[in-house]
Design a protein around this ligand. Structure first.
Ligand SMILES: [Zn+2]
Ligand SMILES: [Zn+2]
Length: 180
């Protein structure tokens, strides 16, 4: 398997000797999280660095960037949207612990892991998903769908007049664009 496509970092050395470990890679196709998937137009790139701060505690810092294929809120066509996320976590190494577990102590949150080969996929997917915009546009001046016949107004001029509601909304959008 292409080492670029493995979303993990081996922390055996820094758990033993201290210092910093780094890893980077790519996610192809889609980012998966809780059975959902976020489609990607191109591979998402990520990198992380983990620094030992002693006593089995480590500081994870990373970033991920990629183009997610979202749905345009006006015309429902694909709207590739650049998403960039940074994330940080306090980690605690407890040999034998299963999987990853989030714990809290003195109002500080940390993630317990039991295998020095730390799986990064959840950290990467969560950070990416949090930064997804709630509403995407395929382009700034997307004309949306005709409220009468449902035609995509970017592709065809069906001839239907904009309803009052729709023209009011279009006017508001234009106004918002102008004051930006
Ligand atoms: Zn659109
Ligand atoms: Zn129409």
């Amino acid at each position: 398997m292409d080492p670029n496509l493995v979303q993990s970092i081996n922390l055996a050395r820094i758990v033993r000797e201290g210092g910093t470990a780094e890893a980077k890679g790519e996610i192809h196709g889609a980012i998966r999280l809780d059975g959902e998937q976020i489609l990607l137009e191109a591979p998402a790139l990520w990198k992380v660095s983990v620094t030992s701060i002693g006593d089995g505690e480590l500081w994870l810092s990373g970033e991920i960037a990629g183009k997610a294929v979202l749905e345009c809120r006006r015309c429902l066509e694909a709207a590739p949207t650049l998403v960039r996320a940074h994330f940080h976590h306090m980690l605690r190494y407890q040999p034998g612990a299963e999987g990853l577990e989030v714990k809290e102590e003195n109002e500080e949150e940390f993630v317990v892991f039991g295998h020095p080969d730390l799986d990064l996929s959840v950290f990467l997917s969560e950070a990416f998903a949090v930064e997804l915009p709630l509403a995407a546009l395929c382009k700034q001046d997307c004309q949306g769908l005709c409220p009468v016949c449902g035609a995509n107004r970017n592709q065809t001029d069906c001839g239907h007049p904009l309803s009052q509601e729709a023209s009011k909304l279009a006017g508001l959008d234009k106004f918002l664009d102008e004051i930006k």
